[in-house]
Design a protein around this ligand. Structure first.
Ligand code: NAD
Length: 475
């Protein structure tokens, strides 16, 4: 049963400058560095989630009509798994290691000492407002940093709840929340941070990177794009269609790694459409609007944009919508083909549904002549965040792996790589900079500092100092 009440608060956020200087003060105290203190804060983060699951579910329901099952799986469960994985491995990751030295520098010893960066800003989007805020936070705390969190103003119930809970679970101010939209984020970005993790659109990603450049602050940018699917696995048509539909229509398609469009050969299109129709009915029932498991579009602006995308397409599954509750059915569409020679998907495509990231429950099927042509389509544009391949041919799977570039490749499924805590999660090119999750978060928020100690005697450095009678000696 979906929760029915949402938590709201009228508490005011502290201004950006106060949040940053407060977090810097806590970092400066040194209290975030010991491993025991890092583990204590990770356990506090865990408790923040487990002790408030009902309130979190209610907020997600209010913001996105996200049902309890989906909230547990994609927000609460993944984040807890990330925290537990981090707690399990932290001691090993944080060990300082011996650093290799060339013979010419001996006698000397070097160690690689991991040290925290300082104050990290985490800016999150609205689509997974818990996971995409708290999952990076686990890595930030594990690495011994303090954090300022900026939840999305477009998920207001979740944002308010987090702003209310964080001071209770981090009373020393090691983690602070600044709520708000563009003006508040702009004010935050004017401050100096030691790292910024941004998840959102490429357009705002560029704004964040420009602001970060002012302070030479390193960034992790988790962006979006059009993640393609290739399908030719006739032997597993129904299973493949079910997995494609699940990956696409979870959270009403508002997932950065959702399949954006499916490419297949023209002869396979009718069977794939039928299988997708059956899969949608199996997963969300004959009328997804009446169930608790199918989400809603975040706001009217996005709703109007998505309904607009249906215009000029042939809607073969779904298509029904209701603005009063921002409901748009899981929809599959066919698009009239582009002119001869132009790529089916990309900046010159015939229809906007094939030009812009869809980020909603509209799935175009794009007929292409062959897997090689699909590779050409993918390579004709920005590198995607994810690529999904459903093929029974090892040769075809290799073709996509070796001849395209994307944040990740998944064969036979969609979305699942985001739940693999040991794998780096991130984009490449226009889909992002850097990666996180598990040890990759810890690395992203840690500086690996070489500490070298060379005894003053014997004075072997004498060989590197002038006068060079026989040439420099440190080779
Ligand atoms: P967005 O870029 O509009 O907003 C993200 C954050 O930036 C929000 O907190 C918002 O308040 C802030 N923001 C918005 N405009 C700003 C401005 N002018 N200056 C400063 N800050 C600003 O993104 P969104 O609509 O919340 O999310 C959708 C996008 O995020 C999609 O492109 C999607 O693919 C991407 N996304 C990526 C991932 C990933 O892990 N790579 C995950 C989820 C979403």
């Amino acid at each position: 049963m979906a929760p029915t009440t949402a938590t709201t608060t009228t508490e005011l956020s502290p201004p950006a400058r106060a949040a940053v200087s407060g977090a810097r003060r806590v970092f400066g105290s040194g209290d975030t560095r010991p491993l025991a203190a890092r583990a204590r804060r990770l356990r506090a983060l865990r408790a923040l989630i487990t002790e408030n699951e009902a309130a979190i579910e209610a907020a997600l329901w209010s913001d996105l009509h996200k049902g309890s099952g989906e909230a547990q799986l994609t927000e609460i469960g993944v984040t807890l798994a990330e925290i537990d994985h981090t707690l399990r491995h932290l001691r090993r990751w944080a060990r300082s290691r011996r650093g290799p030295l060339p013979l010419a520098l001996l006698p000397a010893r070097a160690r690689l000492v991991p040290e925290p960066l300082g104050v990290v800003l985490v800016i999150a989007p609205w689509n997974y407002p818990v996971q995409l805020l708290l999952d990076p936070l686990a890595g930030v705390l594990a690495a011994g940093n303090t954090a300022v969190l900026k939840p999305s103003e477009l998920a207001p119930a979740t944002s308010a709840l987090i702003a209310r809970l964080v001071p209770r679970y981090f009373p020393d101010g090691a983690v602070r929340v600044v709520e708000g939209g563009v003006p508040e984020t702009t004010e935050l970005l004017a401050q100096r941070f030691d790292h910024i993790v941004f998840t959102g659109s490429g357009t705002v990603g560029r704004i964040v990177m420009r602001a970060a450049a002012e302070h030479l602050t390193p960034v992790t940018l988790e962006l979006g794009g059009k993640s393609p699917v290739w399908f030719d696995d006739d032997a597993h048509l129904r299973q493949a269609a079910r997995r494609i539909a699940w990956a696409k229509f979870t959270n009403a398609g508002q997932t950065c790694i959702a399949p954006d469009y499916v490419m297949t050969t023209p002869d396979r299109v009718p069977a794939l459409v039928d299988a997708l129709k059956e899969a949608v009915a199996d997963l969300w029932g004959p009328d997804p609007r009446t169930g608790d498991d199918y989400g809603r579009i975040v706001d009217e602006r996005q709703f109007d944009r998505l309904v607009g995308l249906l215009e000029g397409t042939e809607v073969v599954v779904g298509g029904d919508h209701d603005r009063s509750e921002r409901y748009l059915a899981p929809s599959v569409v066919l698009v009239p083909s582009s002119g001869e020679g132009s790529l089916a998907v990309g900046p010159d495509a015939a229809h906007p549904v094939l030009r812009d990231e869809i980020f909603g429950p509209v799935l175009p099927i794009v007929p292409v002549a062959s897997a090689e042509e699909a590779v050409r389509v993918i390579n004709g544009w920005d590198k995607p965040l994810a690529l999904y391949v459903f093929s029974s041919s090892a040769r075809t799977r290799r073709l996509f792996e070796q001849r395209t570039s994307s944040g990740a490749v998944v064969h036979g499924a969609g979305l699942v790589h985001a739940a693999a805590t040991g794998l780096p999660f991130g984009g490449v090119g226009a889909s992002g900079i850097g990666a996180y999750h598990g040890v990759h978060s810890w690395r992203a928020f840690t500086h690996l500092k070489p500490v070298l100690r060379k005894p003053l005697t014997p004075d072997t450095l004498r060989l590197a100092q002038p006068p060079f009678t026989d040439g420099p000696g440190l080779r």
